[in-house]
Write a protein that binds this ligand. Structure first.
Ligand SMILES: O=P(O)(O)OP(=O)(O)OP(=O)(O)OC[C@H]1O[C@@H](n2cnc3c(O)ncnc32)[C@H](O)[C@@H]1O
Ligand SMILES: NC(=O)c1ccc[n+]([C@@H]2O[C@H](COP(=O)(O)O)[C@@H](O)[C@H]2O)c1
Ligand SMILES: [Mg+2]
Length: 270
């Protein structure tokens, strides 16, 4: 029997609030990866960003985590992980990936992979250091096409981080209106070099759901039913989370921690 690579998907973002589309990203990615005949998707992780991310309108992680947990109640394979939000500072995405990969290898010690007769992994140092004689689990970053575009924003990502993401982990990128991921790859030498490790997945029902639009609709008193899980809508109402006041949070200080951090960076395409 062909040995499938057990793969976990990690989605990093604000999830402010989580929408049905965030959940769809996982389903679309899983279908695509299974169709390659190479992977078995064994889990999905949603990692809401730390409160210090500094994005406008970002409500506290306590609420974003609670809403995401309600949303994944209907999923048998996606879970929410609060580790990133519990750190004292905002963490670079590569740190989050490394953390979850380590955890994955740890859990592999005690839980044999389905259909496999694998030996436990001795090292937990990173994908390239794991022994090659066995099926090594993989962790891939799951994102929308707009996320891929942010790699081009000067001073937002360290070049070595992007290199590690695409070379060691890999990306699964879902199409999104207004972004052209194939063009992003063409425009970047680095992404082009590792395009074999970047899975572009087309959303076959085009939609433009975005958390920003959801927050806007909520502020206007419009219905967001069928765009956001009912349990999440009930939570938002109960806690009165999205108001004109919460939307003003971090106004003008957009991505302040990232701006400071940006001073140390060099652009991806230099
Ligand atoms: O308007 P904002 O607040 O930015 O919210 P968002 O809908 O873009 O949602 P997040 O920033 O929390 O995104 C988390 C990830 O989900 C992706 N994503 C969200 N909505 C999507 C959609 O409709 N199509 C494709 N990807 C989407 C996005 O590209 C990120 O990789
Ligand atoms: N240098 C980096 O590692 C870097 C830069 C910008 C955004 N990010 C991450 O990308 C995600 C973007 O989320 P939003 O689309 O909600 O802004 C967040 O998880 C954020 O932490 C990482
Ligand atoms: Mg976004």
């Amino acid at each position: 029997m062909k040995r499938l690579i057990p793969l976990t998907l990690l989605a990093c973002g604000s999830f402010n609030p989580i929408t049905n589309m965030h959940l769809r990203l996982f389903e679309l990615a899983r279908d695509h990866l299974h169709q390659t005949g190479k992977y078995q998707v064994v889990g999905g992780i949603i990692s809401p960003v730390n409160d210090n991310y500094g994005k406008q309108g970002l409500v506290t992680a306590k609420h974003r985590i609670a809403m995401a947990r309600l949303a994944v109640e209907t999923s048998e394979w996606i879970r929410v992980d609060p580790w990133e939000s519990e750190q004292r500072h905002w963490s670079e995405t590569i740190t989050v990936l490394r953390h979850h990969y380590k955890e994955l290898l740890k859990s592999d010690h005690i839980r044999k992979l389905p259909g496999e007769n694998n030996k436990p992994i001795e090292k937990a140092a990173g994908p390239s250091l794991a022994p090659s004689f066995r099926v090594v689990p993989e962790l891939k970053l799951l994102c929308g096409a707009d996320f891929l575009k942010t790699f081009q924003v000067p001073n937002l990502w360290k070049k070595e981080d992007v290199l590690e993401i695409v070379s060691k982990f890999g990306l699964v990128c879902i199409s999104r209106a207004g972004s052209d991921p194939a063009q992003c790859i063409t425009e970047s030498e680095l992404l082009k070099r590792y395009q074999y490790n970047i899975h572009l997945v087309k959303e076959w029902v085009r939609n433009e759901i975005s958390a920003t639009n959801i927050r806007q609709a909520l502020r206007k008193g419009q219905s967001v039913k069928y765009l956001v899980p009912d349990s999440v809508i009930a939570y938002i109402k109960q806690h009165d989370i999205y108001t004109e006041e919460t939307e003003r949070k971090n106004e003008g200080a957009l991505l302040q921690p990232l701006k400071q951090y940006g001073a140390m960076l060099s652009p991806l395409n230099d």
